[in-house]
Design a protein around this ligand. Structure first.
Ligand SMILES: *Cc1c(COP(=O)(O)O)cnc(C)c1O
Length: 403
């Protein structure tokens, strides 16, 4: 791939080949244009860059380490390395783009950050950023999710965010998006909608990618320093695709490095049992952009499921959709069972409890390692698993896989 990959994509109007764009009501389209202009003008400025660098170093604790998994590699073969985004402040990669979005909001003179959240991870990361910058924060969340994700609701409360319960329809993520959008449209002057992944209308997939690219840039340097070479493969889980785009960003221009995006295969390949968008989806439109989409005959998003609530989205980032068509990234999936196995393996062999989302990437790395014992694999460990432990032990038992 040409060195100019990042200059080439997206196009001026936010397209990655046929994917992406901003298909929106005219009022919002105007606002997206303003955000795009502000992003280009502000995010390349010296002040913005040095403030973001300082935040990453002193507040987030970056760079996060790259770690060689000794016991895991001994058991499965290959050489398995983790980029430790679980050690990023607040326990996942999400804060990388939330701090960037909130800093942009500050420079634009906005007073309030608005977003939806499903499992609550994005809500917590954004509430963290809002507290740091002294901005108001309003998180819209379905009532079903509020009941299910109690600890994250408490975190948002403690951080000073306002959690807005959504009681319409199925009372989950889709309705929360609509509700957050309505709130944003009422006051676009003072507020900004902060999207939680490389999805949504332009410029969000580009901005979130650019803010997450720090993960790839750091790990390329760290991996080289540790080993004197580049990894053979880089593996990340894909929900919307932000942690994957982040780490891929450091390696995409080097075509000799294989990139793997891992989707949730869930319980089976029946509709509603998985969220393997790249495997089973077709191009369609959701939330104002075009991408691969799990959809019914009428183009309506299909129901999705994953054991990792951060991965159950029927769409996927437009850039990933393009990279699939180009064949630059290999998209594949692992099942819930493989994911839970990997969750326990990493915990017991390395003393690192991974998020269930990240466990998908670890599971896939174990498969690659078994197939080729000579290979080196860098995994984006996107988050820590504290949020998942009660669920896992209740559902699978603490002695899972023993005896
Ligand atoms: C939200 C989340 C994901 C999925 O989001 P992407 O945009 O696909 O990266 C993955 N891992 C963790 C830990 C998460 O919290």
């Amino acid at each position: 791939m040409a060195q100019s990959y990042f200059k080439q994509y997206p196009s001026k109007d936010g397209f990655y080949k046929e994917y992406g764009g901003a298909f929106l009501p005219p009022v919002i389209e105007e606002e997206m244009k303003k955000i795009t202009e502000a992003y280009y003008a502000i995010s390349k400025s010296h002040n913005f860059i040095s403030e973001l660098r300082s935040i990453r170093k002193h507040y987030q604790g970056r760079p996060t380490p790259v770690y060689y998994c000794n016991r895991l590699s001994d058991k499965y073969g290959g050489r398995i390395y983790l980029k430790r985004e679980d050690l990023n402040h607040s326990g996942a990669h999400k804060l990388n783009h939330c701090m960037g979005e909130a800093l942009l909001a500050k420079y634009m003179g906005k007073k309030k950050l608005i977003a939806e959240t499903g499992a609550g991870q994005h809500g917590v990361a954004l509430a963290t950023a809002a507290a740091y910058f002294g901005l108001e924060c309003e998180i819209h969340m379905g009532e079903v999710d509020i009941a299910k994700e109690h600890p994250n609701v408490v975190r948002m409360d403690i951080l000073g965010a306002k959690v807005v319960p959504v009681s319409k329809g199925l009372k989950t993520l889709k309705e929360a998006v609509d509700s957050a959008f309505e709130a944003y449209v009422k006051d676009p002057e003072n507020s900004i909608y902060c999207i939680g992944s490389v999805v949504g209308p332009h410029p969000f997939p580009m901005m979130v990618r650019d803010f997450q690219k720090v993960v790839g840039v750091e790990s390329k340097e760290q991996f080289y320093e540790m080993t004197g070479e580049m990894p053979d493969s880089v593996v990340a889980c894909v929900g919307g695709g932000s942690n994957a785009m982040g780490i891929f960003g450091g390696f995409i221009e080097n075509e000799s490095i294989d990139l793997y995006g891992v989707e949730p295969g869930g319980l089976s390949m029946k509709t509603g049992d998985h969220a393997a968008t790249m495997m089973q989806g077709k191009p369609g439109t959701i939330h104002g952009f075009k991408c691969y989409l799990l959809q019914d005959e009428n183009g309506e998003p299909s129901p999705v499921y994953s054991v990792a609530s951060g991965l159950d989205y029927p769409g996927v980032g437009p850039e990933h959709s393009m990279l699939k068509d180009m064949g630059r990234v290999n998209y594949d999936m692992v099942t819930d069972k493989e994911t839970i196995d990997a969750f326990f393996e990493l915990s017991r062999l390395e003393g690192i409890i991974p998020a269930l989302e990240s466990s998908h990437a670890v599971a896939y790395a174990l498969k690659l390692a078994k197939k080729n014992p000579q290979t080196s694999i860098l995994v984006n460990l996107s988050g820590r698993g504290d949020k998942d432990i009660d669920f896992v032990v209740e559902k699978y038992g603490k002695d899972y896989g023993i005896g």
